[in-house]
Design a protein around this ligand. Structure first.
Ligand code: HEM
Length: 507
């Protein structure tokens, strides 16, 4: 393992002089690229104040998105308890509003978490903040904030598109897209020069961003009447686009875990390793092929399904290995240091193995036909987005917030993130989410099997015990998970919101 001298080892809170040297010297920035990681990791306080603000601002957005996701999720789960559904309906709420609120904000959280980590990297490498950078950042933050608020309000009022993952009115899509274009511009302005010599996480983020924009536009093809008028084509395009969208947020998450792993371990070699490149290559390929899991029921060649199956299994297998490697990398940190981050990464390692098994099973065509449309799919999607994506991003965010706190309040301030209490929250959060996800798999499997046995060709009536316990167990396990999520937010939000302008210096 390469021992690397990073500047952060030598700085504590008030070190705005050191960064100026790097920030004010764009020539140095360019010269540093081939070897950049070894000499160019700045502590949080050394980054330009505007970039510090941006990183924390996206973390704030991500935390708010989690909170909305949780409220939408728990209300939707309570709605699935038959005795409670009429009360919801009486106030004009049902799954048509709650589900899209939940899924739109769950995806927003994952993107915002990834965007925050990308901005943490920009703190290291961004150099001078130009007038254009500032304006693009302002437009990005404001347009996304406006879109988020508008989506929440309109979906609550029942105004939406009815589409999967982009269930909001398309007017907000324009705001989201404007923000992405600004983000893309700011990112490539810094990372564009020597793009391919940079670590693979930069490639992952860059490709993820381009993918997002293309996919997002593609997801709106339904607005063209000829697409909407042809249901098979519409479903094909919708799932092709959603598959790529998932691929794009996976690339953000994979890039984030490698970058944060390198930062914590101070070992810059993983971003150039074979496994990291393999993960990028197979993840990219899967973005183009994974749609077939969702379109098994549409007319398509078996070869397409097989390609999709093999590529997805390859991706998750390489991911298992990469997460394991990164977890080992971060485990070299002194005991007690970054413990909540390490625990979150460790959890994502176990989740990856579990999701691999779940994915293998539900991708086998006859089994897929049985569980199609049941809670097993919900369990699988939530297991992956909470267990893998959220655990990695929460680990990353905890580390960044710890840095921010150290920069403002001194080295000991971040100890509140390394306590036994914090580790217990991470542990119990994972156990409660595991209970939720396992129950959803069990419920889905029982629904699928009884549907095949009891009512081939007829309207399906679930067994009474299943109908009675399904929603209740969903709400109970989900409620416990929500409590631990809330406990985590309770610890993270005060730090994220304590210093509005983030840096001591207002820039
Ligand atoms: C940050 C945490 C969470 C994330 C990222 C997340 C993610 C997701 C995703 C991706 C789906 C769509 C699944 C599908 O395609 O069928 C979903 C559905 C759902 N989630 Fe979550 N979820 C989270 C937390 C929760 C919690 C704590 C609950 C509470 C019970 C919950 C309840 C639900 C419900 C009720 C659905 C809709 C199920 C249906 O289709 O009937 N989620 N979630």
């Amino acid at each position: 393992m390469v021992g690397v001298q990073v500047s952060e080892s030598y700085v504590t809170s008030n070190h705005l002089l050191a960064p100026l040297f790097v920030i004010m010297n764009p020539t140095l920035e360019r010269e540093l690229v081939p070897n950049e990681t070894s000499s160019h990791l700045l502590s949080f306080a050394q980054g330009h104040p505007v970039r510090q603000f941006a990183t924390i601002m996206f973390i704030r957005g991500g935390l708010i998105a989690i909170a909305v996701t949780l409220v939408g999720g728990i209300l939707a789960a309570l709605y699935s308890v038959p005795a409670l559904a009429p009360s919801f309906q009486s106030v004009g709420l049902d799954l048509r509003q709650l589900r899209p609120i939940h899924t739109a904000f769950a995806s927003a959280w994952i993107f915002l978490g990834g965007v925050a980590v990308v901005h943490r990297w920009l703190q290291d490498h961004g150099g001078v903040v130009t007038w254009g950078d500032r304006w693009r950042l302002r437009v990005q933050v404001l347009s996304w904030a406006a879109a988020g608020t508008g989506i929440l309000l309109t979906l609550s009022l029942g105004v939406g598109s009815g589409r999967e993952y982009v269930g909001f009115h398309p007017i907000f899509s324009a705001l989201i897209l404007v923000g992405w274009l600004c983000y893309l511009w700011n990112f490539f302005r810094i990372s564009g020069p020597n793009f391919f010599q940079r670590p693979v996480y930069i490639t992952m983020w860059g490709v993820g961003m381009l993918f997002f924009v293309v996919t997002f536009v593609e997801q709106h093809l339904y607005l063209i009447p000829s697409f909407f008028g042809n249901p098979v084509q519409d479903l094909q395009v919708q799932w092709k686009a959603t598959g790529t969208l998932v691929g794009s947020f996976n690339l953000f998450v994979y890039g984030s875990v490698i970058y944060i792993g390198e930062r914590i371990s101070r070992d810059p070699s993983y971003g150039h390793s074979k496994i990291a490149y393999a993960l990028f290559a197979v993840g990219l390929l899967n973005s183009f092929t994974n749609f077939a899991h969702h379109t098994y029921h549409l007319p398509q060649d078996h070869l397409v399904k097989w390609i999709s199956f093999v590529v997805s299994m390859a991706e998750i297998t390489v991911l298992c290995r990469a997460v394991y490697d990164v977890w080992r990398l971060v485990s070299v940190a002194e005991s007690g240091e970054f413990s909540a981050t390490r625990d979150s990464f460790a959890a994502s390692k176990y989740w990856t193995v579990f999701i691999l098994f779940s994915a293998i099973l539900i991708s086998i065509p006859p089994l897929n036909a049985i569980i199609h449309g049941t809670y097993a799919v919900t369990g699988h999607a939530m297991g992956a987005t909470i267990g893998i994506d959220s655990m990695i991003l929460l680990g990353a965010i905890i580390w960044i917030l710890g840095e921010h706190l150290r920069a403002r309040e001194g080295d000991l301030a971040a100890e509140s993130f390394n306590t036994a209490g914090m580790r217990r929250i991470v542990l119990w959060l994972n156990l409660s989410v595991a209970a939720l996800v396992v129950w959803l798999h069990v419920s889905g499997a029982v629904t699928g099997v009884t549907r095949v046995i009891l009512s081939p060709g007829e309207t399906y009536v679930p067994p009474a015990w299943l109908a009675g316990s399904n929603g209740v167990l969903f709400a109970v396990t989900g409620g416990v998970a929500t409590v631990f999520f809330a406990a985590l937010l309770w610890r993270l939000c005060p730090t994220a919101f304590r210093y509005w302008w983030v840096s001591e210096e207002r820039a």
